[in-house]
Design a protein around this ligand. Structure first.
Ligand code: ATP
Ligand code: MG
Length: 478
């Protein structure tokens, strides 16, 4: 059952109970008051009759000094003016409680005089067919006789009024319930609107519409709940977005990886097939074998790089103090044999924190990229300088440069601006992706500035703070 209908149903039940009980008590109260009034009236009447009887008895000529039963009968019939039609019935009984005179219609079985004593009046309510009567009993002392005088007053009207009161109240209750139910329906549907909107938003989100938000329509707890729900939905949407991006990146990575694997393998298989199926002259034989060797080397290089990235992604580094001289000396040694470009190295001596081999790998990658991008004779500047926030490494070349829209992509795995150019230089498009991972572990990142045709400057800053490196590395060195 809908929440709205539940509230409505319980409200109607509560209202019906409240109306019913209050109506019952009200009508009954009115009835009791009216009945008490009638009882008082009947008792007063009974007193008046007693007095009237005694007065009348005194006027009867006393034959034997005792009031005769016939005289009692006469007085009784005088006092009763017309019997049931007048609304008053009376009955007179002697000392032995035997009836001397009774009005027509006075019920025989209604005996009250057993409770009557001198100065003690009695009364009772008796139903008679469809009528109700108040029966009163009183003792009459006259001429040495103790007679019993009983009266009956018709109070059917009081009971009829009670029945009518109940009936009217029932009708009023039904009308009130109908009106209140209609009003409550609108109030309940207005109160439960935030819940409906929230449920709608939940359904939309469950259908995959993560951008859908519930409308806030109240300032109460339900409004707050809606706001909290929307905040939660924001966080969920962001997280789902991130996860989707990650999944997409992984798919791209796998697609690129498969492609990068396929190209050299196709060439290797092709050349190997050529070698085994035909007898080639010495030069072609050498060229084919050389192609297989270089492509195989490229594959090996690529698998090492991939392994490096995977390991770097998972592992934590052991940051240790290292003199930057060691790094720059390593670069000098590596590029000593390079006669193609003019490599200039300048740096300020300092001690930085990090893992020597990883930072060497980053610098080597950047310098290698610079060489690959530069024309023969091109200048490459490798420098190191102290900055407030850390030690700044820069590798600058005056080579082909990177188009602006490609700047963000070059750090993605397997991304190469000019694929054939990179492949021809044994590139796999993994170097910068590896650099990014290594620097992330050191609490740093790559900054790439480049202009097509003018050259590229790639820099990164290793923070001074040892804690920073440790935090990022996750190690707990003292
Ligand atoms: P690998 O480093 O895996 O051997 P790679 O050098 O091609 O191969 P990355 O180092 O990741 O791969 O570089 C990605 C791409 O970014 C390169 O293919 C190149 O197109 C571009 N690039 C990188 N550095 C430079 C630079 N200094 N000047 C011009 N383009 C660059
Ligand atoms: Mg590279």
């Amino acid at each position: 059952m809908k929440f709205l209908y539940k509230i409505l149903l319980w409200t109607i039940i509560t209202m019906a109970a409240a109306f019913g009980f209050s109506g019952y008590f009200f009508v009954n109260f009115v009835f009791r008051t009216a009945l008490n009034r009638e009882i008082e009236q009947a008792l007063d009447d009974s007193n008046i009759l007693q007095f009237a009887f005694e007065t009348a008895a005194l006027n009867v000529p006393a034959k034997y000094d005792v009031l005769q039963d016939t005289a009692v009968e006469q007085i009784g019939s005088k006092l009763e003016s017309g019997g049931q039609g007048s609304g008053r019935l009376l009955r007179l009984s002697n000392e032995d409680k035997q009836v001397i005179y009774a009005s027509e219609g006075f019920p025989e079985e209604a005996r009250l005089i057993g409770q009557v004593e001198e100065n003690i009046r009695a009364y009772q309510i008796i139903p008679q067919g469809e009528h109700y009567y108040i029966q009163t009993g009183i003792m009459v002392n006259v001429l040495d006789r103790n007679l019993y005088l009983e009266t009956m007053e018709d109070v059917t009207e009081v009971f009829a009024e009670r029945t009518m009161g109940f009936s009217v109240y029932r009708k009023v209750t039904v009308v009130m319930l109908a009106v209140c139910s209609a009003v409550m329906y609108f109030i309940c549907s207005w109160l439960t609107k935030p819940i409906r909107l929230l449920a709608g938003a939940t359904r939309k989100m469950a259908e995959g519409n993560y951008g859908y938000r519930a409308q806030v329509v109240s300032n109460d707890e339900l409004g707050m709940l809606t706001e909290d729900f929307n905040s939660m939905a924001n966080v969920l949407e962001d997280t789902i977005g991130e996860l989707q991006n990650e999944v997409r990146a992984r798919e791209d990575f796998i697609a690129a990886f498969a492609h990068e694997l396929k190209t050299p393998l196709t060439a290797i298989i092709g050349y190997a097939d050529l070698l085994r199926s035909r007898k080639l002259d010495e030069e072609k034989h050498f060229l084919s074998s050389n192609y297989i060797y270089t492509e195989g080397k490229r594959l090996e290089n690529m698998s090492f790089r991939l392994l490096d990235i995977i390991v770097t992604k998972r592992e934590q580094i052991e940051a240790q103090p290292m003199a930057v001289q060691v790094l720059f000396q390593y670069l000098e040694d590596m590029f000593k044999a390079n006669t193609q470009q003019k490599i200039g190295i300048s740096y300020e001596p300092a001690t930085v924190y990090g893992e020597v081999n990883l930072i060497k790998s980053v610098l080597l990658n950047l310098a290698d990229n610079a060489c690959k991008a530069s024309a023969p004779g091109g200048v490459i500047e490798i420098s190191g300088a102290k900055r407030e926030e850390g030690y700044l490494f820069r590798v600058k070349d005056y080579g082909v440069g990177i188009p602006e829209k490609e700047l963000k992509k070059v750090t993605e795995a397997f991304y190469m601006v000019d694929k054939s150019r990179s492949r021809s230089r044994n590139g796999a498009g993994l170097g910068l992706a590896l650099c990014v991972e290594i620097l992330r572990l050191h609490g740093s990142e790559l900054h790439i500035e480049s202009k097509v045709g003018e050259g590229t400057c790639i820099s990164f800053c290793l923070p001074w703070e040892r804690e920073t490196a440790d935090e990022n590395s996750g190690t707990d060195e003292t």
